[in-house]
Design a protein around this ligand. Structure first.
Ligand SMILES: [Zn+2]
Length: 166
């Protein structure tokens, strides 16, 4: 496994639409393993393949105390409710923003074994799924800001809160 460099804005790959994966081969499985290691090394909650410079539909999410979830070709099939959240992104270091996310989402995709999975999520997992699946369409959380007042810098002393980055 390897820790991959994280792309930060304005890297063009972050604005591209990621490609649908047709065959889950060894290179895809290695990428998922590397993304998982990179996520852990950066103390993030989620990571999408475009954030490591690869425009493919893969997301990896690790909610503290839960198992790592890796999804291939994920898509949101249902959204419910609305709530305000404070969000950060590993690709936009040093900032946080207040945006609106759904209260709950249902997502379908493939697991690394190629099996179709359907996930119902609330709370941080729901937020992380929306954030990471946005990345696959070239959308960043800052695109959801109502206005620029809702974005604020975080000081390096607040590094611990980096744990919320997606
Ligand atoms: Zn992000």
């Amino acid at each position: 496994m390897a820790i991959l460099p994280i792309q930060t804005i304005p890297a063009p790959v972050l604005r591209q639409k990621a490609k649908h994966i047709i065959t889950i081969d060894a290179s895809i499985l290695k990428l998922i393993a590397d993304m998982t290691e990179t996520l852990h090394a950066s103390y993030g909650v989620g990571l999408a393949a475009p954030q490591v410079g690869i425009s493919l539909k893969i997301v990896v999410i690790h909610i503290p105390e839960e198992e790592v979830i890796a999804l291939i070709n994920p898509q949101i099939v249902r959204k419910r409710g609305e709530r305000k959240v404070i969000e950060g992104c590993l690709s936009i270091p040093g900032y946080r923003g207040e945006i609106k996310r759904s209260t709950a989402v249902t997502v379908k995709g493939l697991d690394p074994g190629g099996k179709e999975v359907r996930l119902k999520a609330e709370g941080l997992l729901s937020q992380a799924l929306e954030h990471e699946i946005d990345h696959l369409s070239g959308i960043l959380y800052v695109d959801h800001l109502e206005n620029s007042d809702k974005l604020y810098p975080v000081s390096p002393e607040d590094e611990e809160s980096q744990e919320d980055d997606l």
